[in-house]
Design a protein around this ligand. Sequence first.
Ligand code: G6Q
Length: 543
Amino acid sequence: MAEDPRTWLTDLPVWRALQAQAAPLRDVHLRELFAQDPTRGERLTLEAEGLYCDYSKNRVTDETLRLLVQLAEAVRLPDRIVAMFRGDKINATEGRAVLHVALRAPRGSRLQVDGRDVVADVHAVLDRMSDFAERVRGGAWLGATGKRIRAIVNIGIGGSDLGPAMAYEALRAYSDRALTFRFVSNVDGADLTEAVRDLDPAETLFIVSSKTFTTVETMTNARTARAWLVQHLGEAAVARHFVAVSTNAVAVQAFGIDTQNMFGFWDWVGGRYSMSSAIGLSTMIAIGPAGYRELLSGLHAMDEHFRTAPLDQNLPALLGLLTVWYTSFFEAETNAILPYSQYLKRFPAYLQQLTMESNGKSVTLAGRRVDYPTSPIYWGEPGTNGQHSFYQLIHQGTRLIPCDFIGFAQPLDPLTDHHAVLLANMLAQAEALAFGKTAAAVAAEGVRPELGPHRVFEGNRPSNTILAERLTPAILGKLIALYEHSVFTQAAIWDINAFDQWGVELGKVLSQRIAPELTAVAEPDLAHDSSTNALIRRVRELG
Ligand code: G6Q
């Protein structure tokens, strides 16, 4: 598939050098690294676009960092960045350009795809979205009975849900509190039922968000939502209560939504990279067009940082390289995302899709099976809740789990005394993970010797701490783009395509075969494996 098959990753001399580096470092404690260099905590930091990243609590030396940058050069990361920003069809298995960065390019800049200036197209849609969002927020867009819209329900799944749902929660403090937002994704009828049960149809606007407009879950939910509305307000009300976000105008029209009420995007926007396309319509209605443009400006600022900063000063590249370091050289299998902000409660879930759907691959761009691990498993919960749950394993379990702590110096709520406690916890956790508590310190506390081993914290658990002044739309944009480009960096090293998702397809196809077997009146002839056959029979019996 790739035009220029490159040297196999693990045969690169710099890879071997990293292996040689990693071996002795396994026995070096962060305590020693900090003792050797009292300036480490200030030196191993990087500030980019208002994000301060302390990466000093990583099990790296200056030489490791130098080699990681060399690795990025050896796999030609800079060329790959240029190719993405130029609109090359780097999503080779789908023959598509990958241009989420164009979604946040400033008005007037130019980027051609297949001879079309996509930035002009992007801004034309943004203008229509802004106009619509203002009308909903200002009460100029009314429901069919003349009532104002008070509730917005986004129906979508995967990339057409996680971004908007995460962004709404993250930016709730900036949202119009007179409006209620709900996000329906699961085909489980409970999701839609619970989302609309206390809503007045006359005040409800549905945004059906689907790039393809063929996704079974979304179409099923959208049809049911439409029936609910029609039942209460009649067929003619649909035009005032349904809008669509899609690339598929034909299917939107066939569903019964006027394409006047459709906001488009393009095949060069991947689902999990689409939250700054029209898929962000609910976000824009929530925080207003000006706030949304701030979000876009934050994304763009981090895009520009990634595109222009030298590799050793490039924050997304650094985060990506550190992830490669632990995944490939320390056999770390997971990466915890620990935001110390309740507003970021959906951020770990959002990142799960971004990272794992992108880099959960096992063949190279050229189609060869890799013999090295690719994406780690990303997971997490907001602090401090996680501390009273799974942090035990991070502190004293047998696995190495690199952590990203994310925090903000200023709160968005008025409870500043809470905020000091929150931040103290974040800093304390990173400190405890890195430095632990020695047997001598435990003994000095008078702990009985037989309890000593239980009370020792080995430490040497790595983490990054990402700190910003406060959570704003722009800062959220910067955080999102930071991880997007970290994923890009990882994919470049591992030589995989971060932009396809064939793994999602098989289950979709099989479910279409099983659905009629579950509901058939006559006993169906089942031709699955014996386990699936038996489960289908049991569901039929119990159903
Ligand atoms: C994302 C994936 C996937 C996609 C959903 C929804 O990168 O492609 O999560 O977003 O399957 O697809 P539609 O937007 O087409 O409904």
